[in-house]
Write a new protein. Structure first.
Length: 366
């Protein structure tokens, strides 16, 4: 049974959330494998321009300083996005990260975009699993000696929730790798809802959407990223699948296997269960959280930490003022907001391929 360490957002006299992060990292032992002069990749989501739900850089700075005390040489990293936003190439990506507070003066570590200037700097890592024989991982992550993932836990339109597995698997895949993972997603336009505004067409990285009164998706050009559905303000695009809704989750897990390969004993995971917005942080906005802020988790098991985060959210009181609305009391909040997605697939498959265990012991710190 894996150990997952937890500290709440509640503060006692003389504490701060920053000191609680330090205590969590120490007690969990996630830095034990870091040796002197190790190049340590700290995987983050730097936040899309306009989205404010990402992990605050002040938290990251505390982790950076602790890595340095261990003798490690940390750098912050993420790979470029597939969709057309503010992080699809290294120039825009770095500018967005700095705008969002991830400047060296704040975080104390350099920023390295894992798959280079335009997403073509990657390493094909053998995994020999169900969907992929090899996966395309950003080279900076592959060549690092150790890896820490700091994740923001939230809902997700394609996977039910986004946590550690998605942060690593999808996040560290190169742009070509992200396309491989999304290839089974098939969006459809609900014409009765579409107003023909063209926003989806502007956001589409494959130039697959034509707007002639109503939006129309050209299936032969669609790369399956699903960003049109997220971008539409009128819920006029529904994401379906060319095969089954579970495939993208399994692909993310296989990419996670590739990203962590060769770093056994040198990985650690921190998850912030606050600002639990209903959609991915890749959106250029963030909606009302579906629950109140809960706390922070740390573990050396990426499956267990995601399972613990799901459990904590589902045990919490739902927010009736969020997208949950009248469903705020439902036991499974992620199925309530994304009923077409069985989020447990990623956890079950992660356990099956040996990434970790869904069985965990939650150790609560003061």
């Amino acid at each position: 049974m894996s150990e997952v360490y937890f500290t709440s957002m509640k503060i006692n006299k003389g504490q701060s959330l920053l000191t609680k992060v330090e205590q969590l990292v120490k007690k969990s032992g996630i830095l034990q494998g870091i040796a002197k002069n190790d190049l340590v990749a700290i995987k983050l989501h730097f936040g899309e321009r306009g989205n404010l739900a990402y992990v605050r850089p002040q938290y990251v700075r505390r982790v950076v300083d602790m890595v340095k005390k261990k003798g490690g040489r940390p750098f912050l990293t993420d790979a470029n996005t597939l969709y057309v936003g503010s992080r699809s190439n290294a120039v825009d990506h770095l500018e967005t990260a700095i705008e969002n507070g991830f400047d060296y003066a704040v975080v104390g570590a350099p920023l390295v975009i894992a798959d280079g200037l335009n997403g073509k700097d990657y390493v094909s890592v053998p995994v020999n699993l169900k969907h992929f024989q090899e996966v395309k991982i950003g080279s900076a992550a592959v060549h690092a000696d150790a890896l820490l993932a700091i994740s923001h836990f939230k809902g997700h339109e394609a996977t039910g929730f986004g946590g550690t597995l998605k942060n690593i698997g999808m996040g560290l895949g190169s742009r070509a790798g992200k396309q491989q993972q999304h290839a089974d997603v098939l969006p459809r336009v609900k014409e009765e809802r579409c107003i023909g505004c063209g926003k989806c067409s502007k956001w589409c990285p494959g130039s697959a959407i034509i707007v002639e009164g109503k939006a129309r998706i050209q299936e032969n050009l669609c790369i399956g990223c699903g960003e049109c559905a997220v971008t539409c303000n009128y819920k006029a695009i529904k994401v379906g699948s060319k095969t089954t809704p579970d495939v993208i989750q399994e692909k993310i897990v296989e990419y996670t296997v590739g990203a962590l390969k060769g770093k056994e004993g040198k990985t650690g995971f921190i998850t912030f269960v606050n600002n639990v917005s209903p959609l991915c942080d890749c959106c250029s906005w963030n909606d009302i959280p579906i629950v109140n802020d809960i706390g922070i988790l740390a573990s050396t098991d990426p499956v267990a930490i995601d399972q613990a985060a799901v459990d904590l959210v589902n045990q919490a009181q739902g927010n009736p003022h969020s997208v949950l609305g009248e469903r705020y009391q439902e036991a499974d909040k992620f199925r309530a907001i994304h009923p077409e997605v069985d989020w447990s697939v990623q956890l079950a498959y992660g356990e099956k391929v040996g990434l970790g265990s869904r069985q965990y012991k939650l150790i609560t710190l003061p």
